[in-house]
Structure formats: C-alpha cells, structure tokens
Design a protein around this ligand. Structure first.
Ligand code: HEM
Length: 476
C-alpha cells in the first residue's frame, strides 16, 4: 500500500510535471471529462438557482402565482435533486475519469461505456427533474424522481461504474491508492442504495413505518455512502498533488475508510427518533452517528499532516483555500450531525431550519467546495491553458465564503428560535411570523452563493475554451 502512496504522491514532484502537460496527457480522455464536467456545470447553475427561487417562496409565496411547476414543492425538489445528483454527483464522476487513469497508469477500459453513462445519466436527470415540475413524484424524500428517470440513472451509473472498475482491475500500478478505495466503495454502495431507495421502496407493500425506515436508510446513505466517499476520494487525490507532500498517513486513511463502511449504514434512523420505529433501531442509529467522529478525524488528521510546511498554499491558492475551508466545515458538520442525533437535542431542532442549515453545511460547505477545488485543479491541466481569470476564482471563493456564512448561521439561529417557540407551545403559524426576517437573510446569503457559483461555471468554461495556452498551467 505504501507503494501506492508513493506512486501517487510521487505525484508530488515528477508525476506532477507530467500532469502539467496534461493536454498532451495520453492517459486521460479529455472529451469524456468535458462531457461530464459541462453537464455538472449546467446543474450547478440550475440547482442552486432553484434553491434561491425556493427561498423566495418562503417570503413571497404568491410569486409566479399558482403555476404548478413553480410552486414550493416542485421547486424544492428540483433544487435538492439538481444539486445532489446533477451537480455534485456529475462533477465528482467527471473528476473520477481524471483520477482513475492517472492512478492506474492506464487509459479507460472502454470509453464508450462512459459516453453511454453520461448520456443515460443526464437523460435520467432531465426526465426526473422535468417530471417533478410536471407532477411526477415518487413521494420518497431524496428519491422523488420518477421510475423511468431512475432506470436511466441506474443504467448510466452502471455503465460508468463498470468502465471505471475494469480500468482499476486492469491497472498497471501494483497497489490501489486510497482515493480509488473510496471511489470503488462509493460507487458499489450507491448502485445498491439507489436501487433499494428507489425501486424496492416504491413497491406497494412498502408503507408506513417500514417505508420511513427504508427511506431513512436510503437518504442518509446518499450522503454517507455516496457523497462522502466520492468527496473523500477527491480530497485524498488533491492533497498530495497540490502540496507536493506525501499523504501524511495511509494507515489513518484506511481506518477512516473502514469506520465509514461500518458505522454509516446504521445512522439513517436518526431522522426518525421518537417515531414508531423500534427504540433499539433508533439507539443503534444514535451510537453509529456518534462513531462517525472516527472517519472524520482520520480525514482531518491527514489534512493537517499533509499540509505541514505548505500553509503558504492556503494563503495563495484558491484550490487549497477551497480544500481547507471544506475540511473545516467537515469537522463542523461531523460534530453537529452526531449531536443533532442525541435524544436530548433533537426535540428542539427537529422539523426546524437548523437541520436545513446542517444539510447545506455538508452538501455545500464540504463536498461542493472540494468539487470546485477539483475543477480548478483539473481543467487547466486538461485544457493546457491557464485558469481564465484568477480574479474571478477569488471572487468565487469569497462569495461562497460570506454567502454561506450568512445562510448557515441564520438558519441555525432560526432553527433554535423556532424550536424553543414550539416547545413552549407557540402555535406553528405564529412561529412563521418570527421566521420571516431570518428567511430574508437566508435569501441574501443564497444569492451571494449563487453568484459565486455562476462565476465558477463561467470561469471553468472560459478556461476550457479561451484560457491562455500553457504547457504548465499554474495552480490558482
Ligand atoms: C450547491 C449548493 C447547494 C446545495 C448542495 C444545497 C443542498 C440542499 C439540501 C441537501 C437541502 C435539503 C435540506 C433538508 O431537507 O434538510 C436543501 C434545501 C434547500 N435549499 Fe439548498 N443547497 C444549495 C444551495 C442553495 C442556495 C444557494 C439556496 C438559496 C437560498 C438554497 C436554498 C434552499 C432552500 C430554500 C431549501 C428548502 C428548505 C426547506 O424546505 O425548509 N440552497 N438544499
């Protein structure tokens, strides 16, 4: 295993020189990455603006009248599915197509499979999200997209997974680097989880508490067994190649990997404390949630250890800024999550905006930031061009930073305020009068985030096509 680290973090010096001439890079299929990447950039524009519009509906419910497609319900789902599957998933799969050939020292096994993958996946997304706006909704949280869309998405994922796995199976490198462990696990778990959460859960006999338990399992595993390992695979790749230091501890990364695999699948029921689901299931979910401190700690120890002596990069480069800020949010979200799962705290925050703040901390604060870092790192090397505008990349970072700070803090405060009002028997509609003010601030924060992501999408597209040609693009 140590050899694998050396191969990769040998990425540090020699390997990175090869990377920098990546337009000439024979191993990486630039067109496939562009196809996945451009799709991700489309969804990073769609999903977050759908969120902005949803947030407007809180204060101005009459916006666009009674037109079904733009009511709160469809818009919310368009937002959550757009960011989770459209943006993050598509973006991380784009990066996987960059990372796998490099770590295996061989080109993709059958590029045609990944082409089929990107087409099927995105047809599924359009059918799914378009369907939601037309009223086709499975009624399962985070699995709202209709069955036809699910078929396309599952086929797209399977084709892509097969290609990436076969590339790894036929690798020239003797060892499997930790990023590949996370990638393979994330894809395998998700192929199963997606089928259980969408097809099995949609069976007519899956109702009531059973349905809730299964949905808790599914939706939390989207975060824990898909978003988290895919995000970790990005972070573990980028850390050594940007710092040019070897990964601090491969052993820790493996401890984190197995801790994630062991504890995460049991956490889902923490969404249903005090429900008809048996108490012992809920208790296992609480304990597993607390144990998630272990994988988080291993990622963070590796972060700070690998960055040792290279903190100048944090000050000077946007890529490392995104990585480090994402890591700080990772720590925060993984302290917040377990405490939210405690029976003592949950009565206050459940069903309030506090949880929405937490969801954004994970999916946006950690994993979207790491994916943006991945694009800023990968695209210039693929294009053989400098990043189109360093100024725009910095603006992207600061809008993200301040926008998200406003949004997260205000949602947590709003959640605690509302939770206490509800506990003190304030009627629910009366709590909404108080929350109006907080929701305005959330909209302002979200607007800044959205403008930041527009800067990101524009900057990356401009880099692909109009950036200044360079045989050795610099890390921005
Ligand atoms: C890539 C960026 C984003 C990601 C990954 C993301 C993720 C999420 C997730 C996971 C949820 C579900 C929360 C839950 O059920 O607890 C959600 C809901 C929501 N998000 Fe986002 N979001 C992003 C950007 C935004 C932006 C920029 C806004 C603008 C204000 C926004 C506004 C909302 C709103 C209004 C909801 C619904 C909350 C509710 O129904 O109470 N999001 N988002």
């Amino acid at each position: 295993m140590a050899g694998a680290i050396e191969v990769h973090s040998g990425a540090a010096a020699g390997h990175d020189e090869k990377l920098s001439a990546s337009v000439l890079e024979p191993l990486v299929d630039r067109r496939i990455i562009y196809a996945w990447g451009l799709a991700a950039l489309f969804w990073v524009t769609w999903g977050p603006w759908a969120g902005f519009f949803t947030s407007l509906k809180f204060n101005f419910p009459w916006l666009l009248g009674d037109w079904f497609a733009t009511l709160y319900g469809p818009m919310r789902i368009s937002h959550t599915q757009g960011v989770a599957y459209g943006w993050f998933s598509t973006g991380s799969i784009a990066f996987a197509h960059y990372m796998v050939p490099k770590l295996c020292s061989r080109p993709l096994w059958k590029p045609g499979l990944s082409w089929a993958g990107v087409i099927l996946w995105n047809i599924g997304m359009v059918l799914g999200i378009g369907g939601v706006h037309l009223g086709f909704n499975q009624g399962l949280e985070f699995a709202e997209m209709n069955l036809l869309a699910d078929v396309f998405i599952t086929l797209g994922l399977s084709a892509t997974l097969t290609n990436l796995f076969m590339t790894i199976a036929n690798r020239r490198e003797p060892k499997i680097y930790v990023s590949l462990w996370y990638l393979m696990a994330g894809m395998t778990w998700t192929a199963i989880n997606y089928i259980v959460g969408n097809f099995v859960a949609a069976l007519p006999n899956s109702t009531g508490a059973n349905s809730a338990a299964m949905n808790g399992f599914f939706l939390h595993n989207v975060v824990g067994l898909w978003v988290t390992p895919m995000g970790a695979s990005i972070a573990y790749y980028l850390l050594p190649v940007t710092t040019r230091n070897p990964l601090y501890s491969h052993k820790l990364s493996m401890i984190g990997f197995w801790a994630l695999a062991f504890f995460y699948p049991f956490t889902g029921a923490h969404h249903y404390l005090f429900s008809p689901i048996p108490d012992w299931v809920e208790t296992i979910a609480i304990v597993s949630s607390l144990m998630l401190i272990v994988p988080v700690w291993t990622v963070l120890a590796n972060f700070w250890g690998t960055l040792k002596g290279r903190w100048d990069l944090f000050a000077n480069t946007v890529v490392v800024k995104f990585l480090v800020l994402g890591a700080v949010y990772y720590l925060t979200t993984c302290f917040q999550g377990p405490t939210q799962a405690l029976r003592a705290l949950q009565p206050v925050i459940h069903f309030t905006d506090y949880v929405v703040g937490h969801a954004h901390l994970a999916l946006f604060g950690v994993f979207s930031l790491w994916t943006m870092a991945a694009f800023y790192y990968m695209i210039p090397k693929l294009a053989g061009r400098e990043v189109y505008s360093v100024g725009l990349a910095r603006l992207n970072f600061w809008l993200t930073f301040f926008g998200f700070l406003f949004m997260a803090l205000i949602l947590w405060i709003a959640g605690i305020v509302q939770g206490h009002m509800l506990i003190n028997n304030t009627d629910w509609p009366d709590t909404l009068d108080v929350l109006g003010f907080y929701w305005h601030i959330r909209t302002i924060g979200g607007f800044l985030m959205d403008v930041g992501m527009l800067c990101f999408a524009y900057n990356i597209i401009a880099t692909m096509f109009w950036g200044k040609p360079s045989a050795n693009p610099r890390l921005v």
